[in-house]
Design a protein around this ligand. Structure first.
Ligand code: TXA
Ligand code: MG
Length: 349
């Protein structure tokens, strides 16, 4: 399949009346799948109401059929058709964080394709905070089912080039709206329980949620190996580069020793570090890639997936990553790093 590519800048795409967006929207109306930018990561969109269209998402990504999709909308009014009874907690969260990197899991009205929910009686919905995403949905007039636009198991795409790398020839089109901002996926919150539960940490932090609705729980499966996660997608290995990733917990000297030990074993060592650690390490390792600064962890979120992908264009045998406190956006960063590493941790203690 020939994949069409369009570039759209973010200056009020609705007013600009871009012919590119009309073409992309027309393909969506013809049950095709089209990748588009959101503020978190690129999404792979299809008409959420069409079985045929939604099945193409699973085919293109190689995604397991039991992993449900998020439906993206532009207006709160669209919820009336999609979900049953909106709990007050959900209303408050939408008010505070939409449009934005927050996905709400609500009681489904079964009005979308059955392939979207993968047999669950709940539906995940979000309103993205990206002018190109919103314009594409407005022009097509469709709610879009959209997972991240990567091959299953790969890091989510934060640029159109990442999407191209994974899906060129497999999808109808890619709308390039520049690099995404947040860099990690939305926070998924189950609002069908008395107390809301975070199923996937993401762009909106637990602390931010609690400031709006009080107590918020975290799915215990996120921190324990022996529970099945309530969000099916969280059970799969993810975000992994080709070389194995190890998280290194400990001081700078411990990291240096760990690097030297691996090099003595004949391994080419890749390092995933912040600006601060890079400065302190000097010439250590074979390939050092930086992913932002510890003084502002949102910069690490923005760059993490790009750096994980970039290791695949190097010849390293092993990757050591520094770790972060699991508070604020650090919770989402560590969740993704844990998955990229498949829980492999080298600890000083
Ligand atoms: O930021 C994002 O959320 C991006 C952009 C494109 O919007 N999308 C995204 O979609 O990350 P995806 O499919 O890669 O991840 C969706 C997650 C999966 O872990 C899935 O299992 C979970 O949401 N999910 C979807 N529907 C659910 C439901 N009804 N109940 C529980 N979890 C659900
Ligand atoms: Mg994904």
């Amino acid at each position: 399949m020939l994949t069409k590519k369009w570039t759209v800048d973010n200056v009020d795409p609705l007013k600009m009346n871009y012919p590119q967006l009309k073409e992309a929207a027309a393909l969506l109306q013809q049950e095709e799948v089209v990748a588009f930018p959101t503020e978190t990561v690129y999404g792979l969109g299809a008409n959420a109401l069409s079985d045929q269209a939604v099945q193409k998402i699973f085919e293109a990504k190689g995604r397991p059929g039991d992993n449900p999709l998020i439906v993206h909308i532009t207006k709160k009014e669209q919820l009336t058709d999609l979900v049953d009874n909106l709990p007050e907690v959900a209303e408050k969260l939408m008010q505070a964080f939409w449009p934005g990197p927050l996905t709400l899991v609500l009681k489904s009205r079964d009005s979308v394709s059955k392939y979207v929910t993968a047999g669950l009686d709940t539906l995940a919905v979000r309103m993205p905070d990206h002018p190109v995403a919103l314009a594409l949905m407005e022009v097509s007039g469709l709610p879009l089912a959209a997972p991240s636009a990567n091959l299953s198991g790969k890091p989510s795409p934060t640029t159109a080039a990442h999407v191209d790398e994974d899906l060129d020839g497999k999808i109808a089109g890619i709308v390039d709206g520049g690099p995404t901002g947040v860099g990690l996926e939305s926070t998924v919150v189950d609002c069908t329980t008395e107390i809301p539960i975070i199923l996937r940490p993401g762009g909106v932090t637990k602390e931010q949620l609690e400031a709006v609705v009080g107590q918020v729980e975290v799915d215990p499966a996120l921190t324990s190996q022996d529970q099945a996660p309530k969000s099916p997608g969280m059970k799969y290995t993810h975000y992994a580069p080709v070389a194995p990733v190890f998280l290194v917990e400990g001081g700078l000297d411990f990291l240096k020793e760990t690097i030297l030990r691996a090099q003595k074993d004949g391994k080419k060592v890749g390092l995933l570090v912040t600006e601060e650690t890079k400065f302190e390490l000097g010439e250590a390792g074979d390939v050092m890639l930086t992913c932002g600064t510890r003084s502002d962890l949102s910069t690490v979120a923005t760059n993490l997936y790009d750096v994980l992908r970039a290791f695949n264009s190097t010849d390293v045998d092993i990757i050591f990553s520094e770790t972060f406190p699991k508070t604020g956006v650090g919770a989402a960063i560590m969740n993704r790093l844990d998955k990229a590493a498949g829980q492999k941790i080298i600890s000083e203690r």
